[in-house]
Design a protein around this ligand. Structure first.
Ligand code: ASP
Ligand code: MG
Length: 421
């Protein structure tokens, strides 16, 4: 059994959806669980619907949702002909679920509505692609993951009930493979025991695929993306970024920690625990091997570069120029926990502590105010944090030459530099 996950970019046009079918043709005869994200930027579009609804702009919310509907109905027309009516009816059921809600007034918390509305992106995309694949000769079974993934009601960041979900997969998903080799379902979403929809956090489909891979004891998981695999830097920032053929799970966890947008960090554990390799491949060039991520250690990696922009430096000094003792440090970490903020870099000195954080203005203002009761506080904004793992002297110099450096921190593997600009 293999688990495949196709991201939103892999189905954002008719041609790309046809390309997904072409890829699956290559695996005919193999049993595969397939997870498909919402089409293109649908999740972002649905977030706007939620915002409008929650601000009481019912008309705007309905109009914005209408655009999402039309886009899906149009795509469906091009993709499915013989069983078009059946496909359209299924989609209309999902539309109705949302529309009922949009006609109400918001009385519960924002995150609850977010999950009830946003989940329809993956329901629509998977239903549409499933019908299309059937017409293309790829028999498959579509299933609603909300009947399988049981979560708590921590909306927008729901936690999986592993035992319940495992049982459901054994009892309800495995038998589906007796009917068809392909089973298609959604990532990112689940439901509570009250049948309320939940989501697992943005970009959560990779994680869903890993949960399936773990509970199905899959031989591998493949994430199909629009890049040749994992690169040593973001190609949008560094056009000469290098492709990395193999990585260890631990390296990927490190990369994610330093801010590389490679793979949803929660994805790794379920795979690592069962030693299931993760492939990252390009749907535009399926002939390429892609990156393989596994428990095997990989040596001689190129320097891995992560640039985090919009950083802020919080400088805290003791009010009376005495040492910052353990009490001050523990007070500060309690503040971080209370504000749900995680510094990207910290350095303690005799009379001051430096912390680099993502600049989320509201949160930063709150923590700066709270810290001001304990310390002298100084904020510097518009900074960039550069991290180089497996750095070389040449790479370090190339990337920092002529830069106004505020802080450098170095271990054997990793160097971090906080720069102006
Ligand atoms: N559609 C969701 C998102 O865009 C989940 C995913 O694609 O992983 O965040
Ligand atoms: Mg995505």
């Amino acid at each position: 059994m293999k688990v495949f996950k196709f991201g939103g970019a892999s189905i954002n046009s008719i041609e790309r959806i046809q390309q997904v079918a072409a890829i699956l043709q290559q695996y005919k005869g193999e049993k595969m669980l397939i997870i498909i994200s919402a089409m293109g930027k649908t999740t972002n579009a649905l977030e706007k619907v939620v915002d409008a609804f929650y601000q009481g702009n019912k008309e705007t919310a309905i109009q914005l949702f209408e655009q999402v509907k039309q886009q899906h109905l149009n795509t469906l027309k091009y993709l499915v002909s013989i069983r078009w009516q059946e496909a359209e009816n299924q989609m209309k059921d999902f539309f109705t679920e949302v529309e009922w809600l949009l006609h109400d007034e918001p009385v519960r918390e924002y995150d609850y509505y977010y999950d009830q509305i946003v989940c329809c992106g993956e329901l629509l995309s998977t239903s549409m692609v499933s019908h299309f694949l059937r017409e293309a000769g790829l028999k498959n079974t579509w299933t609603d993951v909300r009947d399988i993934f049981r979560t708590d009601d921590n909306f927008r960041d729901a936690n999986l009930n592993w035992a319940f979900t495992e049982n459901k997969i054994k009892e309800e998903v495995l038998p589906l493979f007796n009917q068809t080799d392909l089973v298609i379902t959604q990532g990112f979403i689940g439901a509570t025991d009250e049948n309320e929809c939940t989501t697992l956090g943005r970009e959560g489909s990779d994680y869903s695929a890993a949960i399936f891979a773990n509970l199905l004891d899959a031989e591998s998981q493949t994430i199909w993306k629009d890049v040749p695999g994992v690169m040593n830097a973001d190609p949008k920032q560094f056009p000469n970024a290098l492709f990395i053929p193999a990585l260890s799970f631990n390296e990927v966890i490190e990369m994610a920690y330093y801010g590389a947008q490679v793979i949803h960090p929660k994805t790794i554990k379920p795979l690592q625990n069962k030693n299931i390799p993760l492939h990252v491949r390009c749907f535009l060039q399926p002939e390429l091997p892609g990156t393989i991520i596994s428990n095997k250690a990989v040596y001689n990696l190129p320097p891995v570069i992560v640039l985090m922009e919009q950083q802020v430096l919080l400088e805290l000094s003791s009010k009376d120029f005495s040492f910052v003792g353990e009490k001050g440090i523990s007070d500060l970490y309690e503040l971080f926990a209370a504000h749900k903020l995680k510094p990207n870099l910290t350095q303690t000195g005799a009379i001051s502590i430096l912390c680099c954080l993502d600049d989320r203005p509201e949160k930063i203002e709150k923590i700066a105010l709270a810290a001001a009761t304990l310390f002298e506080v100084q904020l510097t904004k518009q900074l960039t944090l550069l991290t180089i793992r497996h750095y070389t002297r040449e790479k370090f110099e190339e990337l920092t030459n002529g830069k106004d450096i505020l802080l450098t921190q170095r271990t054997k593997e990793t160097v971090q530099v906080l720069m102006n600009g």
